[in-house]
Design a protein around this ligand. Sequence first.
Ligand code: BDP
Length: 602
Amino acid sequence: MARGSAVAWAALGPLLWGCALGLQGGMLYPQESPSRECKELDGLWSFRADFSDNRRRGFEEQWYRRPLWESGPTVDMPVPSSFNDISQDWRLRHFVGWVWYEREVILPERWTQDLRTRVVLRIGSAHSYAIVWVNGVDTLEHEGGYLPFEADISNLVQVGPLPSRLRITIAINNTLTPTTLPPGTIQYLTDTSKYPKGYFVQNTYFDFFNYAGLQRSVLLYTTPTTYIDDITVTTSVEQDSGLVNYQISVKGSNLFKLEVRLLDAENKVVANGTGTQGQLKVPGVSLWWPYLMHERPAYLYSLEVMIRGKGFDWPLLVKDFNLLRWLGANAFRTSHYPYAEEVMQMCDRYGIVVIDECPGVGLALPQFFNNVSLHHHMQVMEEVVRRDKNHPAVVMWSVANEPASHLESAGYYLKMVIAHTKSLDPSRPVTFVSNSNYAADKGAPYVDVICLNSYYSWYHDYGHLELIQLQLATQFENWYKKYQKPIIQSEYGAETIAGFHQDPPLMFTEEYQKSLLEQYHLGLDQKRRKYVVGELIWNFADFMTEQSPTRVLGNKKGIFTRQRQPKSAAFLLRERYWKIANETRYPHSVAKSQCLENSLFT
Ligand code: BDP
């Protein structure tokens, strides 16, 4: 955002909001203010994995009733982090079942004595099913990793004599079932000549390691008892004025007076309002604009981002955004689950466009398209939209990655999830990412933008880079002829082991990755000014997967290593992205790329 200029949250075009969220209540990101305090609970928690045969000893012995150390040994576990990579115990890395976290907190006296204060416990994410106890009292349950959940615990902490310590116990189960998102299956291997009794494995149908635990921040925060529960902001532009429509939901009392102030990047008030809904007008508005994006044609170019491990990590986050800016990239898809809220805030600040994807990945088997899954999937979309609706960076929702969309049942399922998402937010396009054939795909009729993953000269025609341009052109032409919709190449890439070199290029070398991308780019350039509106390579950085003969310490399609060092392809992409950015010297483009300095709820 240009400093000193008036600012509104105008996104890429006029937005109309008809949001009717099914979920009760909002999920605002906690921010300190004169009336709200936060207490982060990041740091060391006590931890135990329940290795008992049925994984239920913790419930049978009610571990939540007393301090965890009283029921057996515990280990230190950092929060946020994935528990899998922390210890030297291989059993924990591959553990499936219930793990137990515990942390004691001393609360400020005011929080427990002042009955005009609400105390809320908020968990940034717990993968994948969580039960929370506060001082041994069952307080909260949540299904699904990657999204926040919270509970008002005032009643538990504001009782009688000061509870000097608050004990928070969280049991988390990372088991994936046919109705979780992503889905998975547990397979018992019963051949006793090969496997011990009761032996099972968890099968997943996606290509990343099923990291689990408290992977995002846990915190306590306060609000007054009459408080703002949710804010929905939509924006539009009228000549040089920005129009900010707001809807505020207040809870706790009907006796309140609401004053609304819109602040710019320097915290100067640029518009005022009153009441729970209204419109603010910002004359001479400076619009949010994607990094290096020109207007005609607006084009997304970037990499899919897969965050290492899954524990939220500020240094890594800032490094990744510095890399994105170095590359000149202006977009990514949150493959294949919603990223931490702090990532979304960085996208707003740095002008990075987001295709916001829910954890609808691995919908590979016919049995995954059932009514229970559909209901849960819709609920997850409600949670995603509720959390991310106010981010100007979010330009599109993605409800799934590579579902088996050639199935009739998948067609109905995708139609319903997409329709539901549109009803939650009519202002943004909705898509899912397909790797099906254009003639067979049953979900494509319902999307606004066709997103395609293809791996020419990687998963087939190995080594035959000379085929890419032909096959890519055929792909684009077929899809466009059938649907006449904008298309994004949402994945393409090649596995590359940093330091492997061979010329002429061979698979797995840095030269092969570069040449493959070059061939794709030639193909993309043929369609770029027509209907292809974005190219997202797979992948930003190498990432961990389950073990398999096709993965060498994880997926190596990154243009950066897992340690964020560039492979040769990173320099190729950097050149390409900056060239595209400079092609049109539109005033909003390179010279004046805008990004927001402040998050919405300051
Ligand atoms: C695509 C998936 C992605 C994988 C990628 C690959 O969407 O999650 O990591 O293939 O195989 O099909 O590298």
